[in-house]
Design a protein around this ligand. Structure first.
Ligand SMILES: Cc1ncc(COP(=O)(O)O)c(C=O)c1O
Length: 303
């Protein structure tokens, strides 16, 4: 057996990393400005990250969500605090695609509708619905194709308004990256985000902010969308959240009521996840940093 050949590979074998430096097998050092697709948020092999994961592995690595995991509650509380969403709930999963999949599903459970508005050049992941909402037909398998996703031009307020005017009662959610990553660092305008918010309010559709790549403090504020002052109903995140540990999450507005079994996962939110994240907060002191940034947000502008 050999690896399934789906990645164009750079001819470099990284064998060691520390902070923002990585080394190849020949001992050449590189300054890592890539961070493996926006993943390494507090530096490679951060000492707290390594130490506490090792400690936890020696105690217990896994138990499922069917038992108490107190550290999950503590993590949710802290995340609520740093993101300025103290009344939102947290659902933990394993990747960005899974976060988006759960967000789209939750929206549909909520308003019992099927249509999703996504935008040109959007990337939301490779699972069934997430890939259908991704504007790249070459990665959408025939089995993923669905009429439920409608693509509109990014930042086109007229197109959005007319879509809602034509079939607003069928729209379950609007999913948007406030800064498109794979699409080429394209920013959503503040007025576009405001319009999404007001149309979602008017038609009882759900506003999903895909912050998998642009969020988690990457732009300074916790969510990139925070610069616009527009609040989403669901925020999805992953990548920088785990500093290399595979994790994703959705932050869910209090208007959604949880029901047993509606969402679920074997691995999401397990002890090792929660421990790793909890220590991420503590070790990086990001809480006070983000609180400070939140206060200075008005002097920063997105557009
Ligand atoms: C904006 C955005 N959403 C979702 C995803 C999918 O995340 P994952 O690869 O963890 O499934 C990506 C990955 O690049 C992304 O950039």
């Amino acid at each position: 057996m050999k690896p399934f050949d789906v990645y164009p590979i750079n001819p470099i074998n990284i064998v060691k990393a520390n902070g923002s430096t990585v080394w190849d097998a020949e001992g050449n050092a590189y300054l890592d400005l890539y961070g493996g697709h926006a993943v390494i948020s507090i530096g490679h092999t951060h000492p707290h990250y390594v130490q506490r994961i090792t400690e936890q592995l020696n105690r217990i690595a896994f138990y499922s969500n069917s038992v108490e995991i107190p550290i999950q509650r503590e993590l949710a509380r802290l995340l609520g605090e740093v993101s300025g969403k103290v009344d939102y709930d947290l659902f933990l999963c394993n990747s960005g695609a899974e976060a988006n999949e759960n967000a789209l599903k939750l929206a549909s459970f909520y308003n019992k509708r099927k249509k999703v508005i996504a935008f040109s050049k959007a990337f939301h992941g490779r699972t069934s619905l997430a890939v259908a909402a991704t504007d790249n037909p070459s990665i959408v398998a025939p089995v993923n194709e669905t009429d439920n996703i409608v693509f509109l031009p990014f930042n086109d307020e007229e197109a959005l308004t007319s879509a809602f005017a034509s079939y607003g009662e069928e729209i379950s959610s609007v999913i948007v990256e406030s800064i498109q990553g794979v699409g080429g660092i394209r920013e959503a305008s503040v007025s576009f985000l405001r319009l999404i918010r007001s149309l979602c309010d008017q038609y009882n559709a759900v506003f999903i902010a895909d912050e998998v790549q642009c969020g988690y403090g990457r732009t300074g504020l916790f969510y990139a969308q925070d610069y616009s002052g527009v609040e989403a109903d669901i925020y999805t995140m992953a990548k920088g959240m785990g500093n290399g540990f595979p994790i994703g999450a959705i932050s869910i507005s209090p208007k959604f009521k949880a029901t047993y079994g509606s969402l679920g996962t074997t691995f999401g939110g397990i002890i090792l996840h929660a421990r790793q994240l909890w220590l991420f907060w503590r070790s990086s002191n990001k809480i006070s940093l983000w609180k400070m940034l939140h206060k200075s947000a008005p002097i920063l502008s997105m557009n």
